[in-house]
Design a protein around this ligand. Structure first.
Ligand code: PHE
Length: 445
């Protein structure tokens, strides 16, 4: 099996662990996805349900995944197999899912790069929708930016856990927080911003339906990167003595804070009615163009999006690469190259599916939407249910207890709460929402 376990890399300390894991969590999910999902689902009421999902489902699952990684000190496949014979497939399922997510996530990441450059050089023009659609449906232009992004990601991974991931996180995360705070202060300073905000955050429960819960749960899992091995592999790099529960709470708090601040920035620009995924790429540049020093704000905004994306994609890549390195006995370089090449192929298909290949559809969806929907609607809930069952019921309970209480910093009184959430609340709640979601999805096909 894993010949590399003895000389595995690891994070230097607690701060590195928090920054890297927060980097994985904070991504396009927070700045691009959260605001538009919130506006599509009734604003404040959705946010309340979302916070419930984060606390009751996301946080316990994140603790569980960190614990599995930290206890086993293995890649996702060996980790589950080590804690219970015959369960390696659960790790494999996570790795496959995270790879499918990489396929479309890198495409959007490439867009952020193009938009950062276009904003800095003032070359978006005044037809914002036109710029977006002609760029994203073109053949080569989006591909080139996506490839550049994938290559940057590749070199961070090749640099190693401490020399690559940790170092990059320590530079990128503070920069990300600084940009976020500057943009937030600026938007709250605008009077129309403050007004837009009150409107959006006022809960309107008439808009809540069954699908609101599904959207909130999917968003909670996606934003915390749970179930897919990314957090597991980071947990496996935690230094002994890193408090698992404390780290998870820091990551969840930072992630939630960033999502809420991103929503403040976007909604205060008064664009909450612009629809869907184009919110960040069409509506925001339009708003920035009417502001003094608009180019600077736009450049900062897209740089923020790009940094968030990069710190997330390195965790996805690492989850898959660790499999090739530890399970297949390859060098880090070779493992990373395989993952990078495979990602380039999948991302190419996803990008082309918006333009040249848009006629090719499976179940009515192009490749890009298929990757997004399949992972969000099927794989994420399924992995959530299975991870909770694994940790709550199948992992030897004394081992889990020891991992969380003795080393993980969970006190004896809190442990039963986490265990209860993992054993009962997560499997039941996620299953109900999952079944409901699948039915809804099939009806809409
Ligand atoms: N959490 C990331 C985001 O919100 C996405 C992600 C998913 C990262 C899966 C790693 C693994 O954008």
């Amino acid at each position: 099996m894993s010949q590399a376990t003895t000389k595995r890399g690891g994070f230097g300390g607690k701060l590195a662990a928090i920054l890297a894991a927060a980097g994985s969590a904070i991504g396009l999910g927070n700045i691009w996805r959260f605001p538009y999902i919130t506006s599509e689902n009734g604003g404040g009421a959705f946010i309340l349900i979302y916070l419930g999902c984060i606390l009751l489902l996301g946080l316990p699952l994140l603790i569980a995944e960190f614990a599995v990684g930290h206890n086993s000190k293995c890649n996702p496949i060996d980790a589950y197999a080590k804690l219970r014979k015959g369960w390696g497939w659960l790790g494999a399922m996570g790795i496959v899912s995270v790879f499918l997510i990489m396929g479309y996530y890198f495409v959007i990441s490439g867009w952020t790069l193009n938009y950062t450059i276009a904003s800095a050089t003032d070359s978006i023009g005044s037809d914002f929708g036109g710029f977006f659609s002609s760029f994203t449906t073109a053949t080569w232009r989006p591909l080139i930016y996506t490839y550049l992004f994938i290559i940057a990601n590749h070199f961070i991974i090749v640099g190693g856990v401490q020399g690559g991931i940790e170092k990059a996180s320590k530079v990128m995360m503070p920069l990300l927080f600084a940009i976020l705070i500057i943009l937030a202060i600026y938007s709250l300073w605008l009077p129309e911003g403050r007004e837009a905000l009150t409107n959006v955050f006022t809960p309107d429960f008439s808009k809540v339906s069954g699908s609101t819960f599904l959207a909130a749960m999917g968003q909670a899992f996606f934003t915390l990167s749970v179930g897919m091995g990314a957090m597991l592999i980071y947990g496996s790099y935690f230094k002994d003595g890193t408090k698992i529960a404390g780290t998870a709470i820091s990551v969840v708090s930072l992630d939630t804070l960033v999502a809420l601040i991103a929503a403040v920035i976007i909604f205060s620009a008064g664009v909450e009615n612009e629809n869907g995924p184009q919110l960040a790429f069409v509506a925001m540049p339009k708003v920035f163009s009417t502001m003094p020093l608009g180019n600077i704000w736009a450049t900062l905004f897209f740089l923020l999006l790009g940094l968030a994306a990069l710190s997330s994609t390195i965790s996805m890549h690492e989850a898959v690469t660790s499999y090739f390195v530890e399970k297949r006995g390859m060098s880090r370089n070779k493992g990373a190259i395989i993952v990078t090449v495979a990602t380039i192929l999948l991302a190419t298909a996803a990008s082309l599916s918006l333009g040249d290949w848009s006629d090719f559809k499976i179940a009515g969806m192009n490749i890009f939407s298929l990757l997004d929907n399949f992972t969000a609607i099927v794989m994420l809930p399924l992995l959530g249910i299975l991870t909770a069952i694994f940790v709550g019921w199948l992992w030897k309970s004394e081992d889990m207890k020891a991992e969380l209480t003795a080393q993980g910093g969970v006190d004896k009184a809190t442990y039963p709460v986490i265990r209860f959430l993992l054993r009962y609340v997560c499997p039941v709640l996620v299953s109900v929402v999952f079944v409901f979601g699948i039915i809804e999805f099939i009806k809409n096909l």
